[in-house]
Design a protein around this ligand. Structure first.
Ligand SMILES: [Cu+2]
Length: 69
């Protein structure tokens, strides 16, 4: 079942950060699409809730070195 979540992220300062967060999210099995809006400091993620959880998504952002708000 496909779901969408919007996650507020702190610590992103440039386009590299945006790419790093998108890459980290897309590395998870079950993530269908991940788009980071740098100006708004938000990630919008479409994912299969049967494969990956919102907590998993937040965890991988933290592991990449950014703050989940
Ligand atoms: Cu950066």
């Amino acid at each position: 079942m496909s779901e969408q979540i919007v996650i507020n992220i702190g610590g992103m300062s440039c386009n590299h950060c945006k790419m790093a967060v998108e890459k980290a999210l897309k590395s998870l099995d079950g993530v269908e699409d991940a788009t980071v809006d740098l100006a708004a400091a938000k990630a919008t993620v479409n994912y299969d809730a049967g494969k990956v959880s919102g907590e998993d998504l937040k965890g991988v952002i933290s592991e990449a070195g950014y703050e989940v708000k």
